[in-house]
Design a protein. Structure first.
Length: 756
């Protein structure tokens, strides 16, 4: 690192009374003092005490690495704990996302937290209940099968005078109990030998418990990461190059000498940042600092046409086969009629309302990070690698960011803050600007989907050939983030996959091939844009393509869209019931599309689409109005049916589904990253608009509860079929088929003019 001349004594004198903030957090006071650890220093999942503690007043604290990202996950997990322990939910406290206090249970991603962490939490709580009943049996001198528990109090059946509370049994003491724990992260099995409750006896799971964190959010008292302040904290900003893969040739330090409060210019490799006493000074310094950058190593496609050609034609690729059955070529040759179409989906942003923000305090070979990652342990690992220190010496403390949807799987701000903190030897807060966030956040990848299908003389689908052309995530998993790349950390793989779901695999078609052809690259080869997982990664585009072509075939055969789908859901009871539930709630009237032409300037139509993600089903039916003069699409009503197995918290799932649908409408109508050969050009909310309150449709949710099943995720499925349903509704209204998103007035008008 290089820096301006400043002694540590001068620095310390200048920071004595600079900070006024919401939280004054000192890491040493919040780490659990008593727990069993592994040789690595991590908390031992085989110790029951590592999972939960009970105080003398009977309150329960449960520790989980899962985090709250606005989806109600922590409340739902608390319900599971309360259910297994027979304790009121109000007496459960969840400690989450602190790598020094929790067991690694995998990142909060992929709609898998309830599905994967739920059983871990349930079994740990059930194991605790078993141990508590053993203690109660000894204390009350009756067999365990004569005991029952109500609100954390163990009672003797038939003699209510004999009772003892959990707090009296163990309050403030350790369990000192070993349990079975095999595997790691998502796949860890916890106490599988313990018998948990039968779902038919659930009293808390399945109820609409109020979300833990919402009251403070409503009153403005909730501490997001942006609100956190640390004593002695300075403020940093990163000076980004105009294009990725460039490095500073020279830095004009005189260009910011006149800005009061600037403490340091830091550089390591290609990474350049400024540190100041306050945020405004850091902002001004980052804007004013003159840096001469080298020419970019590579150049990205400059137009959408170039981009989609690039996605289709670039080699080599990684081929992912989702389905490969029958003989598609032979079935197509023998078919009565064939269909084919290409669909294009743009780069889209996560669009966090509050840009990335983190605080780091690096002291020698130790680091404490305050941030909002979906995977605190993943961030711990990237920070340890970045700083070249042991993972056990990095502590990540979670504070919710303002948005996520996969964006905080890649915790860029934490890396920025860590490098700047190491340079100055003091805590540094880094908050990205709106231009930083829009320009440098990793985007949801663009996709090109080509679909071919064939039907027999009876109108039955006999062949389905789906190819998804795309790119891997270049900012996730073991792929280095921005700061890591800039200091020279090399990628170890070509990025994460963009999936294969949502391409029509749910339908019964004898001859079917679904393939993803994703570009296989390593840095510094050409990349269109930095990419990562965006809510339901890849599925939105694939569902748009598959459900659009299904609709097109149904229209050509003059069959009602719902009826046509039901014909091809034989053997898929859950899919058929989910589709029918949405149609029934919408009061769907069976008829082929498009609707009969209506007079006037406003065309009205309805559409439907179905999908499955991670075994959860979702169907969306949409009513739209299209202004034939302007091309403006208004989504007036949406009905969403949702089957995610056993429902833990109906109100929480409804909230989730509503949020998914709203974001789906936004992505369908408005969201598209614009760019040229030098990078992103949509750097504000005017150039990257999102859904506003005035654009909101009426929204109805139908929940299909399946108590006989395990719980599944609700964080992503409902966003997937929304664009497809809207596109099908636009066709129903106007008779024009849109094959590129988003469905902007210009695209709608162009399609209508082409038809005319």
């Amino acid at each position: 690192m290089s820096m301006q001349s400043l002694s540590r004594r001068q620095f310390l004198k200048g920071t004595g009374a600079l900070i006024v903030g919401f939280n004054l957090l000192t890491p040493a006071k919040t780490v659990r003092a008593q727990f069993a650890t592994l040789p690595s220093g991590d908390i031992d999942p085989k110790s029951l005490d590592s999972w939960l503690a009970i105080t003398a007043d009977g309150n329960v604290t449960f520790y989980t690495s899962k985090v709250e990202i606005g989806t109600g996950t922590i409340t739902a997990l608390a319900q599971i704990v309360a259910e297994e322990l027979d304790v009121p939910v109000a007496r459960i406290k969840m400690v989450s996302g602190d790598t020094s206090q929790t067991i690694e249970q995998g990142s909060t991603v992929g709609s898998r937290s309830i599905e994967r962490a739920g059983p871990q939490v349930r079994q740990a709580a059930a194991a605790a209940r078993q141990e508590l009943l053993k203690l109660a049996s000894a204390s009350l001198r009756v067999p365990i099968d004569k005991l029952n528990v109500v609100d954390g109090v163990v009672r003797v059946a038939g003699d209510d005078s004999k009772r003892i509370s959990y707090g009296q049994l163990i309050g403030g003491k350790r369990f000192n109990t070993k349990i079975t724990a095999t595997g790691t992260g998502w796949n860890m099995k916890v106490a599988p030998e313990v018998k948990a409750k039968d779902p038919k006896n659930y009293k808390i799971v399945g109820q609409s418990v109020k979300r833990f964190e919402l009251p403070a959010k409503v009153t403005g008292e909730h501490d997001y990461i942006h609100d956190v302040r640390i004593p002695g904290m300075l403020h940093g900003r990163v000076v980004r190059p105009p294009v990725i893969n460039t490095e500073p040739i020279s830095i004009d330090r005189e260009s910011i000498r006149g800005i009061p409060g600037v403490v340091m210019i830091a550089r390591e490799g290609k990474f350049v940042g400024v540190i100041a006493e306050n945020e405004w000074a850091a902002i001004k310094a980052a804007q004013a600092l003159k840096v001469a950058w080298s020419k970019p190593i590579s150049k990205m496609p400059g137009t959408p046409d170039e981009l989609f050609a690039y996605l289709k034609n670039t080699k080599p690729v990684r081929t992912l086969k989702a389905v490969d059955k029958g003989n598609v070529a032979a079935a197509t040759s023998a078919a009565k009629k064939t269909y084919q179409a290409s669909y294009r989906w743009p780069f889209q942003m996560h669009g966090m309302i509050g840009p990335s923000c983190s605080i780091a305090d690096v002291k020698g070979d130790r680091a404490t990070i305050w941030s909002g990652p979906q995977g605190p342990f993943r961030t711990r690992g990237t920070i340890a690698k970045l700083l070249n220190i042991p993972e056990r010496n990095v502590r990540v403390i979670y504070h919710e960011a303002s948005g996520s949807y996969g964006r905080m799987s890649t915790d860029d701000g934490a890396e920025d803050a860590a490098l700047l903190s190491r340079a100055i030897g003091a805590p540094v807060r880094v908050q990205w600007s709106r231009q930083d966030e829009h320009g440098w956040e990793p985007k949801g990848p663009a996709q090109l989907d080509e679909v071919k299908a064939a039907v027999d003389a009876d109108g039955k689908l006999v062949a389905w050939d789906f190819v998804d052309y795309g790119q891997p995530w270049t900012a996730s998993g073991s792929t280095p983030l921005l700061a890591s790349l800039q200091v020279g950390i090399k990628p170890t793989n070509p990025g994460g996959p963009n999936g294969t779901q949502g391409a029509g695999e749910i339908y019964s078609i004898a001859n079917q091939k679904i393939v993803a052809e994703h570009i296989n690259w390593h840095f510094p080869e050409p990349i269109p844009l930095r990419t990562s997982n965006l809510r339901a990664p890849g599925d939105v585009a694939r569902c748009f393509a598959s459900e659009s072509l299904l609709d097109e075939i149904a229209a050509d055969l003059k069959i009602d869209p719902v009826e046509f789908r039901l014909r091809h859901l034989t053997g898929n009871k859950r899919g058929a019931e989910c589709l029918q539930a949405a149609a029934d709630k919408m009061k769907w009237q069976a008829r082929p599309s498009p609707a009969p032409a209506a007079s006037g300037n406003i065309a009205k139509g309805r559409g439907i689409a179905l999908t499955r993600r991670a075994n959860a089903y979702c169907a969306v039916a949409a009513d739209v109005e299209v202004n034939k003069t302007t091309g403006q699409v208004a989504v007036k009503r949406i009905v969403c049916s949702h089957d995610c197995g056993l429902i833990i918290n109906p109100d929480g799932v409804t909230n989730q589904v509503e949020g998914n649908v709203i974001q789906g409408v936004s992505r369908a109508l408005f969201e598209e990253v614009t760019f040229d050969a030098n990078g992103v050009t949509s750097l504000d909310w005017n150039s990257y608009p999102i859904l506003r309150f005035t654009d909101m449709p009426d929204l109805e949710v139908v929940l299909i509860n399946r108590p006989e099943m395990s719980p599944l995720g609700a964080g992503e499925p409902a966003t997937i079929p929304v664009p497809a349903a809207i596109a099908n509704a636009i066709f129903d209204a106007t008779g024009v088929r849109l094959r590129e998103g988003p469905f902007t007035p210009n695209r709608v008008l162009a399609a209508m003019q082409k038809k005319a």
